[in-house]
Design a protein around this ligand. Sequence first.
Ligand code: F3S
Length: 645
Amino acid sequence: MGKTLTEKILSSHLEEGCIEAGKPIGIHIDQTLTQDATGTMAYLQFESMGLDRIKNELAVSYVDHNTVQVGFENADDHRYLQSVAASKGIVFSRAGNGICHQVHLERFGAPGKTLLGSDSHTPTGGGLAMIAIGAGGLDVAVAMAGGPFHIISPKVVEIRLSGKLRPWVSAKDVILAVLEHFTVKGNVNCVFEYTGEGVKTLQVTDRATICNMGAECGVTTSLFPSDENTLAFLQAQGRAQDYVPLLADSDAVYDQLFELDLSVLEPLCACPHSPGNIARMKDFAGKKIDQVLIGSCTNSSYTDMKKVADILDGHTVSEHVSLGIAPGSREVLLMLASDGSLAKMIASGARILESACGFCIGNHQSPNTNGISLRTSNRNFEGRSGTKSGQLYLVSPESAALSAIAGTFVDPLGNHGIAYPQVSMPEKFIIDDRMFIFPPLDGSQVEIVRGPNIGNPPINTPLAKNLKGVVAIKVGDKITTDHIMPAGARLKYRSNIPEYSKYVFEPVDPLFPARAAKNRDAGVGNVIVAGASYGQGSSREHAAICPMFLGVKAVVAISIERIHQNNLCNFGIVPLTFKDEKDYLRISEGDELVIDDIVSQISTGTVVLTDKTANLAFSLDCHCTEDQKEMLLAGGLLNVLKGEK
Ligand code: F3S
């Protein structure tokens, strides 16, 4: 029986277990990446492992999230990241060099490699036929130390593409169509593998856009084959030596098939407040808008930006629209500057933003009250823009540019009078790696700079035999890591856990941190009760670390998202799910809870929780691997690693 491409890459990196859907495996990680918001904690954790140098092939530390410097905190973080990179053998990508996923695709990604990143959009690398997975910072630290990364061997879903996109329909519309079909739920432990004749009509940057937003479906990763378009991209990046052709066997057997005819797709958008809330652009044509933002790791490649420049050429941004454009990397920016595209953008009235995450993470460019904002990014959760009332629609760069000129939603296939921009992949990019700092061969003399914002990773205590606790908060469905640990103005505390913990659940219940800390100090364990898809969204492990710091011992939910479940285990918080979903309605905030002999119960996979206030007993699942159970008993992965030394 032939192999899927996913199986081929996984089996060439297999260190533990065997590849059979649903079974735990450990894989070797070739490359790692971090961004600054998750990187400080990842490197503090790596330091606490006591190694002089990284043990994997390549580690890159990007600064792209907290680039707006107000106060000392972010600048302190950057100093720490730069010095720890030099000390430990890590490549440092300075602020201004661009967004981690875009830059990594351009300069380091290579077919057939494994990449683990402390950012949930790491699967962008699947555009280059990599198994690229998002994870928590501690998992990345372990991979840098040469340890395997544990996943559940995935089901492989074949997405067979046929036909060719029409003008004005783009890769963003492909992934929005995939999201419409698969939705944001129910795809855990799957890989989306793209096959079929339609693949060759998509360039590497289109493929990267599609893989990037596969994260919104909740899959482990997405990937494309490596073919002549891959070679052309790598050649244009001066990296032809990294090319290897990679394809699934013709008789490969997949777990599921979804066929998508590219030629019938139309321009789509994701409506507030979920990337899975898909509609047609034509349904909103004529509806007034307030803001347009083009960029982010989803849509900031040179080809995307050049199309935008050509659409804007000779036009003026509508007087009631603010248009911001953030090219994804310094390379893209240099290309746009040299071919005249940047001048076209500026002439149109666009505001050129830094090559960084910026608006996507809510660092700036919040819309006006109730403002309608069209964005090319990948998430439109409530509050992600920095304001609660902003109405975010996720669209393609082409739809965004046309709408910015009109001041309304525009159906790109309608009668707008603007010629379609024909843009092809350049044969040669402007390559200038001076904004990377490559580490010295011997980093032993490098002083690691720790400003006052740089704390230590907090360590949990081993799990007590019996859990006596209280429901410290009860939340609903689809609670994102943005709800648990707000980004925007609070991001600067990422390296300072006691300070950042003051904002746990800030958008939901600002009184939670004080209440939880009081329970913790009184020796009462805090338990979070949640609905479906708890912890969806980003990979931020602070959504586990800060609750852990506040004495949260368990999360009891209808379902928990994959990366967040891993993060909970890494920090010794027990992830539990209701066997009977209706029990969610029977448990209330403030209820006193007991789990007798939780230590033995976890090992059986079923845990009985007694709600003393409601006088009820609930049966819960603990779906954890054996490694994760060991972590839970030890109080987290760092304790396990220390015990092993
Ligand atoms: Fe940055 Fe937004 Fe991507 S925060 S890494 S641009 S999802």
